[in-house]
Design a protein around this ligand. Structure first.
Ligand SMILES: C[S@@+](CC[C@H](N)C(=O)[O-])C[C@H]1O[C@@H](n2cnc3c(N)ncnc32)[C@H](O)[C@@H]1O
Length: 222
């Protein structure tokens, strides 16, 4: 495994697949399959996307052409198995990502890992809810704040990898119902946060930013 900084979220994703060698990997939001391609051939992969654009689906991979909410209403493609590793990269609205994380946790092994893309946005305009730029991370960063505030039992950190960070959620409890039971309260609270809060309250603390050295990240995800 490498030493020194991990440059991009793709590099980190690839390293995590290599280190963990998950049996079941789930990706929410697959688009053309670029991030999905880091899954190893021996890993069973379930990808969920209402408009997948993958031209050649690998043999180890099942693509479910549904929204994540519809998929989790009846997640047959999981085959009753627990997820080892997942990557939430679907609709970039924070409360959708929170639902994705809650649903993923519900189906993940306690020693599994959930990754969330785009949690360390670059500037205000690319962090808007409505997309007006080609490069867009949305307000997914608020999912990290919500998890750190309402699920202190979880470990939630954000690796400061390019271009917009990758959050890592561990210490999972598939029986925990807090995110479902308190969903409306959490949305009402966290919705009040805006870009100014991220700037003024200390981004490092709010997002749990951690350095990108594999020596530091490896023990969290492996
Ligand atoms: C940023 S792209 C994913 C990129 C991909 N993970 C990669 O890095 O190669 C976001 C994808 O989320 C999908 N998406 C949008 N709404 C969704 C939803 N409700 N559930 C699941 N996926 C959704 C879009 O169709 C799009 O393909």
């Amino acid at each position: 495994m490498p030493t020194g900084p991990v440059d991009s979220y793709y590099d980190l994703l690839s390293l995590i697949h290599e280190a963990r060698r998950p049996e079941l990997y789930v990706e929410i939001g697959v688009h053309k399959g670029d991030s999905l391609s880091f899954a190893r051939p021996e890993t069973r992969v379930v990808g969920v996307d209402p408009e997948p654009k993958i031209e050649k689906i690998p043999n180890n991979c099942t693509i479910v052409a549904q929204t994540s909410d519809d998929f989790f209403a009846n997640p047959e493609a999981l085959g009753g198995e627990l997820i080892d590793l997942s990557f939430a990269d679907g609709l970039h609205w924070w409360e959708q990502t929170l639902r994705d994380v809650a649903n993923l946790e519900h189906h993940t092994s306690p020693d599994g890992v959930i990754l969330i893309h785009d949690c360390n946005p670059r500037d205000e305009i690319t962090a808007e809810r409505e997309r007006t730029t080609v490069f867009w991370s949305g307000d997914v960063w608020k999912t990290v704040v919500a998890l750190r505030r309402y699920r202190p039992d979880l470990s939630v950190v954000t690796a400061d990898v390019a271009p917009t960070g990758l959050a890592i959620v561990t210490g999972l409890d598939p029986t925990n119902e807090v995110l479902f039971d308190r969903y409306d309260e959490i949305v009402a609270d966290i919705d009040q946060l805006g870009w100014a809060d991220l700037e003024s309250r200390g981004r490092g603390e709010m997002l749990g930013l951690v350095p990108t050295d594999w020596e530091a990240l490896g023990p969290i995800v492996a």
